[in-house]
Design a protein around this ligand. Structure first.
Ligand SMILES: *Cc1c(COP(=O)(O)O)cnc(C)c1O
Length: 435
């Protein structure tokens, strides 16, 4: 059957036909024909409760019977109010103001507009550019593309369309690096700020884990240093926690590892447990209060149609309750221990000639191969072993749903390891270990 669906990130000419998913349950989804796959990616990192979680499904159904949607322009409703209150409760102190939108990219667009307008309103209209990091990924919309890594991102094709921003080198120190070991990275960041701070509205950062740009992990010390530099140069710090938020790095938010408060923080993927598209851009009192005034410039001119959608807010509230009721941080710690034991702790894997690095942070693990070619066919291999893996470039990663059982977790790591550890040249074997 010809498909009229245009798939993301795919070559129309060479793409294999996409399998049809008919249902999901727990950490698995099911394909037409009955094939079941264990989802090692939790669907682009958002389905943190897995599929068909009864409490989340029920929350949506219940809300649908009351109010599916209403505009947030000039109106409000209980799910939007309650969710904002909850987000303020769980995020660092003084992030007290919540602006809703419908996706991570738009949440970042909102953050950038907010930062720029903040500086206009506080008498620094020259601060009109962003400072981002190499290896950054902040979304696919035009504004976001311009702050993604300019070499590996999509800059060159769209350079005629995109504004130009500043970039500092990606951090190189690992998660466990101490204050001295992040000095090199912070010096590089300081260098860019010293040269350009008059033009810079905000430093954008995926705290601790640059996700789509290659699962680059760094230290909370780097984050602390970046916070201090932002204060020194009157630059706002925007934490893009679209991927890291809601437990992915082992704490509720990545910034919690460093005990810092960003000026603006963006949440999306895990916000609704993946059940509906939504995002939240949170601002501190300092940022928000700059908008109190009666000039024309004081209104924040943004308002996506579906912002604060009641179904999305309601399921996000339920997602948070489940997260706390079922001790998800405990589950994440357990998953992390398994990932460390099975992947980082496997000497044969780390020393394999096709493996450049193996690293784990919270419920995220990556085997970095020496080249993308070294991963050619790994998706099909995983699928033939009942696991859904989709590498990014040379990075074979897992970001499992938090409800993934110990046994399922080992199933995933076994498949990831088996890709490398089967006899070279021979038909790759199925994982032999029985969990
Ligand atoms: C996925 C992602 C985005 C974009 O979110 P969308 O909902 O896909 O628009 C932005 N920032 C980070 C860090 C992401 O991982």
């Amino acid at each position: 059957m010809t498909s009229h669906v245009w798939h993301p990130y795919a070559h129309v000419k060479t793409q294999a036909p996409a399998p049809t998913v008919v249902a999901g349950q727990g950490a698995h989804f099911e394909l037409e024909g009955g094939e079941r796959l264990l989802d090692a990616t939790c669907s682009w990192w958002c389905m943190i409760h897995g599929y068909r979680h009864p409490r989340l499904v029920e929350a949506i159904v219940e809300q649908a019977h009351t109010l599916c949607h209403v505009m947030l322009g000039g109106l409000t409703h209980e799910p939007a109010q309650r969710l904002a209150k909850e987000l303020v409760r769980i995020t660092p102190a003084s992030l007290n103001h919540v602006f809703y939108s419908d996706s991570g990219s738009v949440g970042m667009e909102v953050a950038m507009k907010m930062a720029l307008q903040y500086h206009v309103l506080t008498g620094n209209p020259g601060k009109a550019r962003m400072l981002s990091l190499m290896k950054a990924y902040h979304g696919d919309t035009t504004g976001c593309m311009a702050v993604c890594d300019p070499e590996e991102g999509m800059h060159s094709l769209f350079s005629g369309l995109l504004p130009t921003h500043y970039f500092a080198p990606a951090p190189t120190a690992s998660f466990h690096a101490g204050p001295e070991q992040v000095e090199y990275d912070l010096r590089a960041l300081r260098g860019v700020l010293e040269r350009h701070h008059q033009d810079v509205a905000a430093l954008l950062m995926e705290p601790l884990l640059q996700a789509a740009g290659g699962l680059n992990m760094t230290s909370p010390e780097y984050l602390k240093g970046a916070r201090a530099l932002c204060d020194e140069f009157n630059v706002l710090l925007i934490a893009d926690e679209v991927a890291t938020g809601f437990g992915r790095t082992g704490k509720m938010f990545a910034v919690d590892h460093a005990d810092i408060t960003p000026d603006i923080m963006v949440l999306s993927k895990g916000l609704t447990g993946g059940y509906l598209g939504h995002a939240a851009t949170l601002a501190t009192d300092r940022v928000h209060d700059a908008f109190i005034g009666d000039s024309e410039q004081h209104a924040f001119m943004h308002g996506p149609t579906f912002m604060g959608n009641p179904l999305a807010c309601r399921v996000a509230l339920e997602s948070l309750s489940v997260f706390e009721d079922d001790d998800y941080l405990g589950k994440i710690e357990r998953l992390s221990a398994i990932l460390n034991r099975e992947l980082v702790g496997d000497a044969a894997l780390s020393s394999h000639p096709l493996v450049a690095d193996v690293r784990v942070l919270g419920a995220t693990a990556v085997i970095e191969a020496i080249s993308a070619e070294a991963l050619d066919g790994v998706g099909d291999f995983a699928r033939s072993n009942g696991v859904w893996l989709r590498p990014i470039g040379r990075w074979l990663y897992t970001m499992p749903a938090y409800i993934t059982s110990d046994r399922e977790m080992v199933e995933i790591t076994d498949v990831m390891k088996a890709w490398f550890l089967a006899d070279a040249g021979a038909e790759r074997k199925s994982p032999t270990r029985q969990p």
